[in-house]
Design a protein around this ligand. Structure first.
Ligand code: SF4
Length: 339
């Protein structure tokens, strides 16, 4: 049986573990420092712990920091990593370097239950929730860790469908005893699962990105079946009345599909739908996937969309496509190992 990992435990949980092992209380802080700040991957590297205590830890736990099993590099510098999970599944993570920043796109589940009709991960169905340790390992084992400026939960899975482990991950990333990152460097992207929206808003201060993709209920339900169980309008009403503090950002993701959600009536409806929300809209080029019949909206139309939204006082940007040649772009991630 695989040993439980300490990566992913909060400081309170580490303290409990330490007390169960009858080790001195202060070792919990030392272990947190070794794992979360110094990123060591073995107990033997924790040199201020006694040999006996290191042996005890080795017998009962693993640190939980391990390397990806496959790495693929795109012509544009994007790198996709495949990780093995404890249960023998695979999950992908994407490193996206830019001139002045480097973003890591991480996964929270293997596969996904939500079945968005344009997404490879959704097509695969759901396999398992990742533990906080497995989510954090995508960051802690990242070869370009030193360069990371941002983390986005936009990889495989729906973060709000694995909310406890995602919250635990955010706690490690933003606590003083953990990585001590500002939550403003982290964005959690969701299709909008009403039942867990408040937890996300209240228990983290991370930026929030909501996948919108259409302002019309029927059309959104066709693209994103979640619309039937958790419609977008009540979520928007809740977001309108929520007290947004400081620089915390709310954005909407809008993948553009040719002839489907890129018309003037969509622009008019978006303006009505987003009224009263301090937000931005990220327009995303659809990356053609042979399994699906959707087509990519032209660059000209995307620019028209962006400019018209901006004229209507909705900040809109076109997100650069990255890593399409290695299937690392938005909607293309999958947990199938290449032969
Ligand atoms: Fe799941 Fe996100 Fe893909 Fe929808 S877009 S199926 S929520 S991974």
């Amino acid at each position: 049986m695989k040993k439980e990992s300490l990566l992913g435990k909060t400081i309170e949980e580490l303290k409990n573990t330490i007390s169960e092992l009858k080790m001195p209380k202060y070792t919990a802080d030392q272990i947190a420092e070794w794992i979360y700040k110094k990123r060591v991957s073995t107990f033997d590297a924790m040199t201020n712990l006694s040999k006996k205590h290191r042996e005890l830890l080795n017998e009962n736990f693993s640190v939980g920091i391990y390397d990806p099993s496959v790495e693929e590099k795109s012509a544009d510098g994007t790198i996709k990593y495949l990780y093995d999970t404890q249960n023998g599944n695979n999950v992908e993570t994407v490193f996206i370097p830019e001139e002045d920043r480097a973003t890591l796109c991480i996964s929270s589940q293997v596969g996904c239950k939500f079945g968005c009709t344009f997404c490879m991960t959704g097509k695969q169905g759901f396999k398992e929730n990742l533990t906080a340790g497995e989510i954090l390992n995508q960051i802690y084992s990242q070869p370009n860790f030193e360069f990371l400026t941002n983390i986005v939960f936009m990889g495989m899975g729906e973060p709000l469908d694995n909310i406890q482990e995602v919250l635990r991950t955010c706690e490690v990333l933003t606590s003083d005893w953990g990585l001590a990152w500002s939550p403003r460097r982290i964005t959690i992207s969701t299709v909008g699962v009403m039942a867990n929206m408040t937890k996300l808003l209240d228990q983290t201060q991370c930026h929030v990105a909501i996948s919108l993709h259409s302002p019309f209920d029927d059309e959104r339900a066709m693209l994103m079946p979640v619309q039937k169980a958790s419609p977008i309008k009540p979520i928007l009403d809740m977001l309108r009345s929520y007290e947004w503090r400081g620089q915390r950002r709310l954005s909407f993701e809008y993948i553009m599909f040719d002839g489907i959600n890129d018309t003037n009536s969509h622009l008019r409806e978006l303006k009505i739908l987003l009224k009263g929300l301090h937000c931005r809209v990220n327009l995303i080029r659809y990356h053609a996937i042979p399994e699906f019949s959707y087509k990519t909206t032209s660059e000209d139309k995307m620019m028209y969309f962006r400019d018209t939204l901006t004229e209507n006082n909705i900040i809109a940007t076109i997100r650069k496509s990255r890593g399409e040649d290695i299937e690392a772009a938005c909607g293309m991630l999958s947990s199938q190992k290449k032969p």
